[in-house]
Design a protein around this ligand. Structure first.
Ligand code: GAL
Length: 694
């Protein structure tokens, strides 16, 4: 395959030379089609605009030697692409793409709109964002733009259009990253006016808005749309949630402004994505992902070491945005520059992490960045080359990943994770809990991970999806802290149980309606009838409270909901021990069979061992089986399935060598041969395949 790619080159170059003057770029590129890129890509962020062109070939040759087949280019290079208004210069970018292609390296183009040039914001100061404190940003950093501003969007669209016209049919351009890590909201007057219009479109009349936000409280009643303020922390919960939804819609339209013009000018083969940030909750990622072809995220550990559960859940969250494989668009080559302590990952940990990514469904792992700019804010960040332009110690580990991706790529092509268990996740709920934590240590992400970790250890694969997603494929659906529930989501959950699924609601579930107001019924609101029980009262805890029952004796931390069973067929799974008097002896977790289905409510934040026992019960009662079979603690299993069978990636994140016995003979994709058991040193890994029996 590699050979074919190189063989194709002389023909491409001749075609370019002969036809460049007479044929449109589109036709020209279709004549020089690149071979298909490898199925599992290793990549890096590369900034050719920061280096003399005479250096490019050396960089690209070093990438090629590490089997890096993708560079992401351009996302901060606006001042180089448009040095003054309307004067576009993309020739250098064309040359960079061509130079990369000569080394078998494909390009993903970033639109440069996260870093507007100085001339732009100087000429149009309204494009600079105003922060919550009323300060207008200045040039010299990035993300200083006003995401709602019409002029900014016009200029962003133009540069995106220029790029798409030039590279939309270039067969070495795989796709597009729009902007970079959407994050900063604007509080400019135009954003505020748009928010008020957005409210009008959503609520129709002020009477309706006033009723749904209960603005009679504290005399908040509005008699004109332009009276409505922006609140981000202590405001009316309906207002807070509306602002976040407006922000999400504004990022969506900000993105659409560029995706529309790129799509109009590019091959359908090229994908559109943006690089998100895992658990970051600045906007609803389900809203913004709707117009993308592919989800991608920037996967950084920061201080410390990889936490396979928390990081794995972030992968599964990202996979859930489009409910298909995703990309790791950026990840750390050893260390970052922005954590309190920028320690390096251990030798072997970067490789283990890369396979952990692929195991969770990443089809690309791309390092940020190739080489540090010689000046600029991120001089200390980890890289693959040093300031002298030669490889750093980590480079050889990256080379190893590259050769392993090349080896395993054909087996992994077309495969993806498939799970029997889903965890439900909603931004509305996370925001709602974070605005009113009630116990300041109550972290909704930690709540999700407290369920995810033991459930994943048993099932070896989990999907994380929104509460309105199709659920029929799952044997078990767990909703930790699903605080805000729309009527549509409630119906989806009720249907799931009625059709035979097992729904587990975690503490703080189904308390709020779609306006972040209290449900007029006790928790779990519209699901209480199905549950045959309800939450009588919730208590924030200073000290842990004892619980005991079916899952053994343990404690509840931070939170305790006093449950009641209102129907005879409701089973009490756990009860509180002696605590504040109110909780003593009362139900802490209940379950009820509903036809072939089941609904369970857990009102406590269980300690780890009790949660592990609860997870065991949940999976057993729902018929969930481990994808591969039992493995030693600390060994992670990541199954990916395709037409021709299954691939199991195993990574040892424990502190000692582990031996895994396999349920049957499997092909060792990296080492060769058939294996019945496998020995994994610390950070060791294996890729095993089983062909589907005919
Ligand atoms: C990301 C960003 C990159 C780089 C990196 C450093 O958030 O997209 O441009 O700054 O962090 O870790």
């Amino acid at each position: 395959m590699k050979r074919n790619r190189r063989d194709a080159w002389p023909r491409i170059v001749i075609a370019l030379a002969v036809t460049a003057c007479v044929v449109s770029p589109a036709v020209l590129q279709s004549q020089s089609a690149a071979p298909a890129p490898p199925p599992i890509l290793l990549g890096t962020a590369w900034y050719p605009e920061q280096w003399p062109e005479s250096r490019w070939d050396q960089d690209l040759a070093l990438m090629q030697q590490a089997e890096i087949h993708m560079v992401r280019v351009g996302e901060f290079a606006w001042s180089r692409m448009e040095p003054s208004e309307g004067q576009y210069d993309l020739d250098w970018l064309d040359r960079a793409i061509t130079a990369a292609a000569k080394h078998g390296i494909y390009t993903v183009l970033g639109t440069p709109t996260a870093a507007p040039p100085a001339w732009l914001t100087e000429k149009y100061p309204e494009t600079l964002r105003i922060d919550e404190n009323g300060h207008r940003a200045e040039h010299g950093n990035r993300q200083q733009f006003n995401f709602a501003n019409a002029k900014y969007r016009e200029l962003a669209r133009k540069i995106a259009e220029q790029m798409a016209k030039r590279f939309g049919h270039n067969s070495y351009v795989l796709g597009w990253q729009i902007d970079n890590e959407y994050a900063e909201e604007s509080y400019n007057p135009d954003a505020k006016a748009q928010f008020q219009q957005w409210l009008q479109a959503r609520y129709g009349t002020l009477d309706n808005l006033n009723a749904r936000w209960t603005t009679a409280y504290w005399s908040q009643t509005y008699s004109a749309w332009d009276q409505i303020p922006i609140e981000t922390r202590y405001g009316n919960p309906g207002l807070l949630l509306s602002w976040k939804r407006f922000v999400s819609d504004t990022w969506r339209s900000y993105q659409k402004n560029q995706t529309e013009v790129i799509r109009a000018n590019c091959d359908p083969r090229q994908f559109l994505t943006t690089n998100m940030m895992g658990w970051f909750d600045g906007f609803d990622h389900y809203t913004v992902s709707q117009d993308l072809d592919l989800a991608a995220w920037d996967d950084y550990v920061g201080e410390g070491h990889l936490d396979p559960a928390k990081n794995g859940a972030a992968h599964d969250l990202t996979r859930g945005f489009k409910r298909k494989n995703f990309w790791v668009m950026e990840t750390q080559p050893g260390f970052v520059n922005w954590a309190p302590v920028n320690n390096s990952l251990d030798k072997g940990e970067v490789r283990a992490m890369a396979w952990h990514d692929v195991g969770h469904g990443a089809d690309t792992v791309s390092y940020w960045q190739w080489r540090s700019a010689l000046n600029g804010q991120e001089e200390y960040h980890g890289t693959l080359l040093g300031a002298d332009g030669t490889p750093v110690p980590l480079y050889s580990e990256i080379q190893r990943i590259g050769s392993e991706f090349a080896k395993a790529g054909p087996v992994l092509a077309g495969t993806s994770p498939k799970s029997e268990v889903a965890i439900l996740h909603s931004y509305d709920s996370r925001w709602a809990i974070n605005w009113q934590r009630h116990n300041h240590d109550y972290d909704p992400i930690a709540e999700i991970v407290s369920y995810y970790k033991p459930l994943r250890a048993i099932s070896q694969s989990i999907d994380i999806v929104p509460p309105t997603a199709p659920l029929a494929q799952y044997k078990l659906v767990v909703a930790p802290g699903l605080n805000v529930v729309s009527d549509e989501a409630a119906k989806n959950l009720i249907d799931y149980v009625r059709q035979g699924g097992h729904l587990v609601l975690g503490q703080r579930s189904v308390m709020k309606n779609d306006d972040n107001g209290l449900q007029p019924a006790r928790q779990p609101g519209p699901l209480a009838v199905l549950l045959g029980g309800r939450v009588e009262q919730y208590y924030a805890l200073v000290d842990p409270v004892p619980v005991e029952g079916q899952w053994g004796s343990g404690t509840s931390q931070l939170w305790a909901e006093l449950l009641s069973a209102q129907q005879n067929d409701v089973e009490v799974l756990e009860r509180y021990g002696k605590s504040n008097g109110w909780l003593d002896g009362q139900p802490a977790a209940i379950t009820r069979k509903v036809g072939k289905g089941r609904i369970t409510y857990i009102g406590v934040w269980l300690d780890e061992p009790t949660m592990a026992a609860a997870a065991k019960w949940m999976t057993e009662v729902s018929g969930v089986k481990p994808a591969l079979g039992a493995v030693p603690d600390g060994v992670e299993v990541y199954p990916r399935y395709g037409e021709h069978g299954a691939v199991y990636i195993l990574v040892n994140f424990s502190k000692s060598t582990q031996t895994v016995s396999l349920p049957g003979p499997m092909k060792d994709v990296l080492e060769g041969g058939s294996k019945q058991s496998i020995v994994l040193p610390v950070y060791g890994l294996a890729v095993l395949s089983v062909e589907r029996q005919p």
